[in-house]
Design a protein around this ligand. Structure first.
Ligand SMILES: CC(=O)N[C@H](C=O)[C@@H](O)[C@H](O)[C@H](O)COP(=O)(O)O
Ligand SMILES: C=C(OP(=O)(O)O)C(=O)O
Length: 350
């Protein structure tokens, strides 16, 4: 299924549940999160596929990594604890298929890109850790697999360059506004970047990958036009791990998706028209033209002879009051009578 071609034909938002490394290195937790994401209404689950020696230098891996979010004494130990094997990924992909949800991952290095290409994911995510990695982005574009590319930790010039690199190959990619802070302070979110990206790149979809607390900012991103949304999900945001605090627990994820779906409906059309649902209120409280005093046959109607009131039955349409000015009454009328076209000889129907 070409996810983004489908998206272009609807007004729906594509919601990616980023499991990332919130599975605590436990494939059963990963499966639980896949099932929960599906049950909450997400369109896709996403993991992070890393070949450690391809992503990190030896010095980065051997660095000590202590603290409340560490699963080892060095970064290598910590990352090895969290990284699933290729077989694990195949198992998770099969499970996602079993629960009928889309499955993909971020390619955190070129080897992982090759692996994801091999297992036919519906799109490949390029995370903000690689938003400045033009070499990887070029290789990812050359696969001709749809891409979702986050723009954390870069500025608009670099974002422009990502667009130019991928566009040389195809336009089946999405740029996600993203700020890589966990959690992101509200003053750093800059949701208006979404509108700027839409203006600059009208020929691709724009989305938002959020790390802020709560769901209202992400729902607002949809109101501003984000068509693809990504949020980290977790079983419990108080667990050990760098991403849990800014992740959504099942209840939050469900509420966010409900709000996004009702928002999609409410965004509706840009054409202003009287809604059928308004007619009851117009019948009860809609105003129309009535006479301000008693008038006799032959009276020529002037502006002060008219009032606009709630009247039963309704009078002539108040927005067309000028049709009545200068008209000659062919009957007597009294104060508060609704103005009717048959009160005059040459009057258009209401
Ligand atoms: C920039 C980027 O890749 N960020 C990812 C996605 O948002 C994160 O999930 C990191 O992988 C995570 O925060 C790393 O945490 P630690 O360093 O504790 O393994
Ligand atoms: C880092 C990632 O995403 P984002 O930059 O959108 O947080 C990712 O997908 O691995």
């Amino acid at each position: 299924m070409d996810v983004f071609k489908h998206l272009n034909s609807t007004s729906k938002t594509f919601i990616i549940a980023e499991i990332g490394q919130n599975h605590q290195g436990d494939i059963n937790i990963a499966k639980r999160l896949i099932k929960i994401a599906k049950e909450c209404g997400a369109d896709c689950v996403k993991f992070q596929k890393t070949c450690l020696e391809e992503k990190f230098t030896h010095s980065a891996l051997k660095a000590p990594y202590f603290g409340e979010n560490s699963w080892g004494t060095t970064y290598k130990e910590h990352k090895e604890f969290l990284e699933f094997s290729e077989d694990d990924f195949l198992q998770l992909q099969a499970y996602a298929k079993e629960v009928d949800t889309l499955f993909t991952a971020s390619a955190m290095d070129e080897k992982s890109l090759e692996f994801l290409k091999r297992i036919n994911v519906p799109f490949i995510k390029i995370g903000s850790g690689d938003s400045n990695n033009f070499l990887l982005i070029e290789k990812a574009a050359q696969t001709n697999i749809p891409l979702v590319i986050s723009t954390g930790m870069i500025d608009s010039d670099t974002t422009n360059e990502i667009y130019n690199i991928v566009s040389k190959h195809h336009k089946n990619f999405v740029l996600l506004h993203c700020v890589s802070a966990y959690p992101t302070p509200y003053e750093d979110v800059n949701l208006r970047v979404i509108q700027e990206l839409q203006k600059k790149f009208p020929d691709i979809l724009i989305g938002y990958s959020g790390h802020e607390l709560g769901i209202h900012i992400t729902v607002s991103a949809v109101a501003l036009g984000a068509r693809v949304i990504e949020r980290h999900i977790t079983l419990d945001k108080n667990q050990k791990g760098s991403d849990h605090k800014c992740s959504l627990e099942p209840k939050e994820l469900t509420l966010m998706i409900q709000q996004i779906r009702t928002l999609e409906t409410a965004l509706g059309s840009s054409r202003k028209k009287i809604q059928p649902s308004e007619l009851v209120c117009f019948e009860k409280l809609g105003k129309s033209l009535v006479y301000s005093k008693n008038f006799k046959i032959g009276h020529v109607i002037a502006k002060n002879d008219l009032k606009v009131k709630v009247s039963l039955p309704k009078g002539y349409n108040a927005i067309k009051y000028k049709d009545v000015l200068g008209k000659v009454l062919i009957c007597n009328v009294i104060f508060d009578d609704p103005v009717q076209s048959y009160h005059f000889n040459d009057m258009k129907e209401n």
